[in-house]
Design a protein around this ligand. Sequence first.
Ligand code: SAM
Ligand code: SF4
Length: 336
Amino acid sequence: MSSPISPILDPFGRPITYLRVSVTDRCDFRCVYCMAEDMTFLPKAELMTLEETETLCRRFMAVGTRNIRLTGGEPLVRRNIISLIRNLGAEVKKGNLDELTITTNGSQLYKMADMLYDAGVRRLNVSVDTLDPDKFREITRWGDLAQVLNGIKAAQAAGLKIKLNTVALKGTNEDELADMLAWCGDHGIDMTIIEVMPMGDIGGEDRLDQYLPLSMVRAQLSRRFTLQEIPYRTGGPARYVRIAETGQKLGFITPLTHNFCESCNRVRLTCTGMLYMCLGQDDSANLRDAMREGGTEALDAAIAEAIGRKPKGHDFIIDRDNNAPAVSRHMSVTGG
Ligand code: SAM
Ligand code: SF4
């Protein structure tokens, strides 16, 4: 849908039309590549209220944001999150937003799917790294695969379109990715495979042990499936192919081996009101303080100033000399 508002442009002329909002840093899982098991979370007092988060979303909409994705942490475990989803979903119904989407681990979908659909959500990304219940428990530490798969079923029955997000993990799910792709084909689900990114301290785990280049995954999948190039783009880091045998799309997110920045259309807001202009850089702007101290005008100026600082690209590296996180915050802070 076209908008009457011309979107704000960053210094490289990229229109910023997509806002990702991490509504909580907390999660009911502890995925090994994302969090340490004894993760310390933010004190609740530091979080913005859901009303403040909504105010910020509305100011972004006033400068041309057309898509909002809620993420986390696990967005669906934030208390009363459905109220924010309903209010933003109402803007989709009025045509003021093109889409409201959610990235979730799927644990709450068995009970929330219908509510999400009624609120105006039509698409979900559900993160599942394996279809083996024991491995699922190993990767998520606390997750229950059956509950997530029930959630996916409930979501599809409610009318929600699902995309599976799968992180490629060396020695863990690398032999299973082709079977997962076939499973997605059987269930009418698109899939995106993600390379592990060097974000945040994850305790004893070693990123180099987890890192599996997607060039290898692609070669392996090509032995079983026909991967057809398609021009589909979302302004995000994924590059898509169509799987001839199933008709579904398969995306590859390869931030470490490819540069995906030239068409970047997004910025990321954390649950404390910090705006990150790039997933792979530490620069941020404190929009919560601008909003609390200066009101709408100060907030609008802070948003414009922050987008005016959006960098051209990121500098992720994982190799033997650079095994420390390239970005000190966890993915659960900016939500990926
Ligand atoms: N909890 C929700 C979920 O798991 O979908 C939303 C937040 S999670 C941080 C968003 C996505 O980031 C998930 O697909 C997850 O697998 C991915 N992710 C987390 N840490 C990552 C890392 N270090 N490298 C690559 N992907 C990561
Ligand atoms: Fe939680 Fe998602 Fe991180 Fe897993 S990837 S620990 S589900 S935030």
